[in-house]
Structure formats: C-alpha cells, structure tokens
Ligand binder design. Structure first.
Ligand SMILES: Nc1ncnc2c1ncn2[C@@H]1O[C@H](COP(=O)(O)OP(=O)(O)OP(=O)(O)O)[C@@H](O)[C@H]1O
Ligand SMILES: [Mg+2]
Length: 371
C-alpha cells in the first residue's frame, strides 16, 4: 500500500450539518474530494480517540445519486483542515488536536499565525509585497498611545488577537480631551465618548489589563456614501500548491463608522458596483494591485509557513491608489463570499488538502515508511 491509498481528508469543525444538508460549503468540498478519488469526513476534535487512532465523524455518502451525511467511525486523517470557530480556538479547543497532528506528522492547515503586531512588522519588513503598512506600535502603557496621538492626531487602538471589529477604537485628540469611538466595544455595543485625558488613561488601563493592544496611525481610506471602504481579498492554494485569488469583497462602514466589519454595522458591496460608483467621481480602483500584493504576500509567507493554505486580508486603498495592509486572517469568515467564490473556496480547500496529503505520502514513500 502506498500513494494509491485512498486519502482521508478530515475537516475539524463543531458544525454538524443535518443528514440532508449536502449543498453547503462542506458538501461541495466532500463531492470535490470524492471526484478526486479521496474521502472527506467532518469531525469534532473532541470525538478523536488518539490512543486507538480512530475518530467518530460524519461522511457525505451517496447511494443511487442521493447524498447524505452519515455517522462513521474511521482512522485518523491523512490531512486536517482546522475549521473550528475562532472564539473556540481562542479558548484552546483545538490545542490537543494540533499536538496530535504534530506528533503523528499529519499536515494541518492553517498553521497558527502570529498576532497582529508581529504580522504588521513582518509585512513592513517585506516591501516587495507592495503593501504600505501604517505606523504601528505595541502598546506598553497609555503613554505609548499619547505619543502616537500627539504625532498623528487620530489613531486606531485595537486588541492584538481581536476579530469581528471587537474593541477596535478610533481615538482622536481634541485640545485637552480625547474622543473615543468604537462600533463594537466587546459585548457593550457602540461606545462614543469624549473623555478628559485622565479619564481616558483610566479607561485604557482597564482595557490594557485584559489583553494586549497595538496603536496605529489612521489609514486615509477611500469613502463611499460617508462610510469608509476596505477590501477583504481571499487567496487560497490549489492542487499544485499555487496561490490563487478567490475574490475581492469591498466592505463599507456605517456613516462615520470606525470599522467595516459586517457584524459591527458594516455592509459588503459588489466590486463592480463600487468601481462604477467611484469611477463616477474620477477614482479608479487598483484591483490588479490588490490581487498582486495579496498573492505576493502569500507566496512570501509560505516560505515560513509551508502549510498555509488560505488567507483573508483586510486591505485599504487611499486616494492616490496606494494599497495599505490592515491585517490578515488565517480563518476568514465565509459569510463575505458570494456563491461562486464560496464554491471555488470549497474546491480549493479540497485540492490543497490533497496536495498536502500527497506530499506527505510521497515523502513517506521515499523514506520507505509505508510498507
Ligand atoms: N489603522 C487603521 N486606519 C483606518 N481604519 C482601520 C485601521 N485599523 C483598522 N481599521 C478599521 O477597522 C476594521 C477592523 O480592524 P481589524 O481588521 O484590524 O480588526 P478585526 O477585529 O480583527 O477584524 P476581523 O474580523 O477582520 O479579523 C478594519 O477593517 C478597518 O475598517
Ligand atoms: Mg479585519
């Protein structure tokens, strides 16, 4: 038995699709894997029996052309696509699974990526990506923010491990006081207050006690209908490990809003529609540059993270057509993708999984590991 072994792709998720729900993202992924002669199962990391080397999972099985998800017991997968919700991962839900994969040499994507501060520094150190990076500093104490405020007038203060626009503050100096704007102040909803410097200091010290922050200069983003715009660009690797563009989705903040995140009041737009709207005001969108810098950055990151397979960037564009780096998400939410992008993403997820599995099996074959 060697490279001809049927590859088993394991998708780690706590989502359990109903028996007949075979049309969604996972259903597309499963049928694409089947078309490539592989098996695909969905499994909850807590249903793995590492001692036995088995797990309870769901498989999309078809009889007489009718597919349905069925519970199966199977061996450990040849490759794992870790697709567990970010908020569960933040609480260590997949730590045992990642340790098991490392111990068994099972390729797993995406790898854990460094925090926002480290990634901003990395992009800044790689100008060949064509991305501009706003001046960014790790917040040591309130004085760090005060210095940036004095330098730039308006700054963004955000948690290094944040997501969904949670806790992203726009801070504007105003004579002796400070305006603090936040669309999604953790569970407290929007927060818009003018604080005296001392009050701001107390406010920030409470936040800094809970988690680490970075402070950045404000990026002069383009605006449409009074809301600022940024771009979610999604790139993925295919069956040969090559990076491909899945799509570019403009996100627009509410009028005067701080963030463009959909869960925090933003809305998405079709790229063609935005091009038209901005074109009417004489602004042409550098779509080619958005794609090029997304692919170049991904290719450069792959040298350090060889199992990296999907990235969702947040990129900005200013009035001069410069492309700015806001952040990258190793687990971009699929809610931003339209049907065509979602199907392409499902196909490439299966293809990249096969690429990693076959690369591992061929290495084992070479070393004569597989009898
Ligand atoms: N320096 C900045 N200048 C202007 N706008 C910014 C800046 N930093 C962040 N933003 C705005 O805030 C939004 C959220 O910031 P960011 O993407 O860093 O946070 P997030 O909570 O991790 O988001 P995600 O859910 O995409 O992971 C950005 O999409 C952008 O609209
Ligand atoms: Mg973001």
């Amino acid at each position: 038995m060697s490279l001809s072994r049927t590859v088993l792709i394991g998708v780690a998720t706590t989502v359990a699709p109903s028996k007949s729900a075979v049309g969604g993202f996972f259903g597309h992924m499963a049928r694409h894997a089947e078309g490539q002669g592989a098996r695909l199962v969905l499994f909850d990391p807590k249903n793995v029996n590492s001692r036995e080397g088995t797990m309870t999972a769901r498989e999309c099985l078809g009889t007489h052309g009718k597919h349905e998800w069925r519970q199966v017991k199977c061996r450990l997968p040849d490759v794992i696509y870790e697709n567990v919700f970010v908020h569960l991962v933040m609480h260590g839900y997949v730590r045992p699974l990642r340790a098991l994969a490392r111990a068994r040499g099972i390729p797993l994507f995406n790898p854990l990526m460094p925090c926002k501060a480290t990634l901003s520094e990395w992009v800044r150190a790689h100008p060949e990506t064509g991305l501009r990076v706003p001046v960014t500093t790790r917040v040591v104490d309130v004085a760090t923010i005060d210095r940036m405020l004095d330098r730039f007038g308006v700054v963004y203060v955000k948690p290094v491990g944040g997501y969904g626009g949670r806790g992203v503050l726009r801070v504007r100096g105003d004579q002796g006081s400070v305006w603090v704007d936040c669309d999604r102040c953790f569970e407290r909803g929007a927060f818009r207050r003018r604080l005296a410097r001392a009050e701001f200091g107390r406010f920030m010290r409470r936040l800094l006690a809970q988690t680490s922050y970075i402070v950045q200069e404000q990026i002069p983003l383009l605006h449409v209908d009074g809301g600022k715009v940024d771009f979610r660009t999604v790139v993925m690797r295919d069956r040969n490990g090559a990076w491909k563009l899945i799509g570019i989705v403009p996100k627009v903040a509410a009028k005067g809003g701080v963030v463009t995140n959909l869960v925090a009041g933003g809305h998405k737009m079709r790229l063609a529609q935005l091009r038209q709207t901005l074109g009417a005001t004489g602004v042409s969108l550098p779509v080619g540059d958005l794609e090029r810098s997304s692919l170049l950055t991904a290719q450069a990151l792959t040298r350090t993270y060889p199992t990296l397979g999907v990235i969702g960037y947040d990129l900005g564009v200013d009035a001069k057509g410069n492309i700015w780096y806001i952040e990258l998400n190793p687990k971009p939410s699929r809610s931003l993708l339209n049907g065509e992008m979602s199907r392409a993403s499902a196909r490439l997820s299966a293809e990249f999984a096969l690429y990693l599995a076959r690369r591992r099996l061929s290495r084992q074959d070479v070393r004569g590991v597989i009898q």
